[in-house]
Design a protein around this ligand. Structure first.
Ligand SMILES: [Zn+2]
Length: 195
């Protein structure tokens, strides 16, 4: 494997992030993961934070997308890298998303944007202003507040993993803790840097 920062890595990374080669590679990764984990890589539990539900959706070999709803079922999807398990979960729970939030441009976080858009016409897709994410319709900058139903997300720019990486902090209000959706800015015990 090419070393991060090396010439071969830079060329490979350029093709991965800037061309359809990256999307083709991503789709192969999805197919491989589906063979290995036909029912998803883990069984996860829905988390309740006051009236808000956070539904983790396992995808690929170790990624998660998140479906978040308020008490009136206003729904937001974060990082639909593989759209199929997200669409299945939405269908089974009879939810229609009002928005998609992307943390960064890598296909394993944003590769499902186009299919989500096909399924939910005119859905707004948010992402970091400098991250060049495919299919984003609304750019976000540091400190932007996004409100959907009773859910309030604050975007924080966290360059490092990618130049335009953004994390979203979901307010817990007066009664509950905030929740953070950190994309690839935090990993357990390892650091990847692809600026
Ligand atoms: Zn990433």
């Amino acid at each position: 494997m090419a070393k991060s920062g090396g010439c071969m890595f830079k060329i490979g990374y350029f093709f991965y992030t800037r061309t359809r080669v990256g999307l083709i590679y991503h789709r192969r990764e999805i197919a491989k993961a589906r063979q290995k984990f036909p029912d998803g890589h883990s069984v996860v539990q829905v988390k309740h934070v006051g009236d808000i539900r956070v539904i983790p959706v396992p995808m690929l070999e170790d990624n998660y997308s998140y479906i978040i709803t308020d008490k009136n079922d206003v729904t937001v999807v974060i990082d639909p890298g593989d759209p199929d398990p997200v669409l299945k979960e939405l269908r089974e729970r009879e939810l229609t998303p009002s928005a998609i939030l992307n943390t960064h441009k890598h296909w394993d976080h944003s590769g499902g944007n186009s299919l989500m858009k096909e399924n939910f016409h005119k859905i707004p897709i948010y992402g970091g202003a400098t991250d060049n994410i495919a299919n984003v319709t609304h750019s976000v900058n540091d400190g932007d507040v996004l409100e959907f139903g009773s859910m309030k997300f604050t975007a924080k720019c966290t360059p490092g993993h990618t130049e335009g990486h953004v994390i979203y902090i979901l307010s817990g209000g007066d009664q509950n803790a905030d929740s953070i959706f950190s994309g690839d800015q935090l990993f357990p015990c390892r650091v990847w840097s692809y600026v």
